[in-house]
Design a protein around this ligand. Sequence first.
Ligand SMILES: NC(=O)c1ccc[n+]([C@@H]2O[C@H](COP(=O)([O-])OP(=O)(O)OC[C@H]3O[C@@H](n4cnc5c(N)ncnc54)[C@H](O)[C@@H]3O)[C@@H](O)[C@H]2O)c1
Ligand SMILES: [Zn+2]
Length: 349
Amino acid sequence: MNQIVKVTTSTKEYEVIIGGGLHYGEEIAKVKKPCKVVVVSDDTVFSLYGDKCVNELKECGFEVSSFVFPNGEKSKNLSTAEQVLSFCAENGISKSDLLVALGGGVTGDLTGFVASVFLRGMEYVQCPTTLLAAIDSSVGGKTAVDLPQGKNLVGAFHQPLRVVCDTDTFKTLPAEVFSDGMAEAVKYGVIRDLELFEQFEKKEFDIAAMVQRCVQIKADIVGEDEFDTGVRKLLNFGHTVGHSIEKLSNYEVPHGSAVAIGMVVVTKAYEKANSLDNTMSERLIKTLKNYNLPVSCEYTLVDLAEQAISDKKRAGKKISVLLPETIGNSIIQDMTMDEWIAYIVNSGV
Ligand SMILES: NC(=O)c1ccc[n+]([C@@H]2O[C@H](COP(=O)([O-])OP(=O)(O)OC[C@H]3O[C@@H](n4cnc5c(N)ncnc54)[C@H](O)[C@@H]3O)[C@@H](O)[C@H]2O)c1
Ligand SMILES: [Zn+2]
C-alpha cells in the first residue's frame, strides 16, 4: 500500500506519494496534463532509473527530454543551473511545461531552483532517490545552488507540484549514502516522535512507513512555518555543530555524519547544563551506531566553537538553538553566539 502525505503551504497544496515500484508517469499524470517534460538527473541515477522514468512518462503522453549532469555536490552551482536553463530555452519549454527532478538532494535543489526562475517560475515534480532527499530535501520547497563562498547561498522558496518517492530506488544506494539519510531520520525521532525513535533503536521498521512518518513531521513543521522564521528551526537540531564539522573537515565528513555528531554534542551539553544523567545521549549514541554513524570526531569543542564564530561572524548576535528536552520533544532556545559557545565548551563533553 502506498503512503500519502499532504503538504499544505500558503503557496501550494501537494501530495507526497511513497511506495515501492511507483509508476512515475501515472503519478505525475494525476496532477499534470500531457506537456513537455525535462527530466533532470545526475549520471549515476539516470543510468539506473532514467529509462524507467522517461518511458513511463512517455506511456502517459508526455513529450520527454532529459538533462544529465555529473553526480555530486560540485555540480550544484550556477554553471549547471545555467546549462539546465539554456537546455529548457533551446527545447522550447514553456511556462506551462514541467521539470522532473530524478535523484538525490543535489538534483532536487538544482531542479527546484531552475524551476523557480525559468520564465519567472514553472512547475516541477520531485522524484527523490536517496533517503535524505525522500525525508528532507524533496519536501518543503527550499531550493538552492552553492557559490564558491558557501553552500546554498543562491535560492528560492518554490514548492513542488508533487513528490513521487519510489522506495525501491533505495536498494541501489551506497551504504554510506543510506546512513547519511538515517541521521536525519533519527533527528525526526528526537525532535518530534518518541515511537519512531524507538523503532530506530530496535531496528524494527518498514521503510515506506518510516519515510511517511518523517515526511509527515516535516510537512507539519513546514505547514506551520513555510519561510523558516520559527518552528522550522526545529529541523536544525544537531546542524550548527554539524556545519562546523563539515567546514573543519573541508566537507570530507558527510552531512549526515556531521549532524549525527552534532546531535550527540548538543544532547550531552543539554544533559550537563540541566544536571541530567546521560540516559538520553546514551540512547542516541547506541541508535546512531545502529546505522554506522559516527558519534564523535577529532575536533575539540574549542575547535568547533571557534569555527562557529568565524562561520557566523555574529558573536553577540542571537541564534536559535535546538535542545532535546526529552527524546521526542525538543525546544528552541535563543542564545547569543557567546552563550552558545559557552554552553557547548562548558559542557566538557
Ligand atoms: N532543500 C532542502 O530542504 C535540503 C535539505 C537537506 C539537504 N539538502 C541538500 O541535499 C543535498 C544532499 O542530498 P543527497 O545526500 O541526496 O546527495 P546527492 O543528490 O548528491 O546523492 C548522493 C549520491 O548518491 C547517488 N545516488 C542517488 N540516488 C541513488 C540511488 N537510488 N542509487 C545509487 N546511487 C544514488 C548520487 O548520484 C550521488 O552520488 C545537499 O546539496 C544539501 O544541501 C537540501
Ligand atoms: Zn540536514
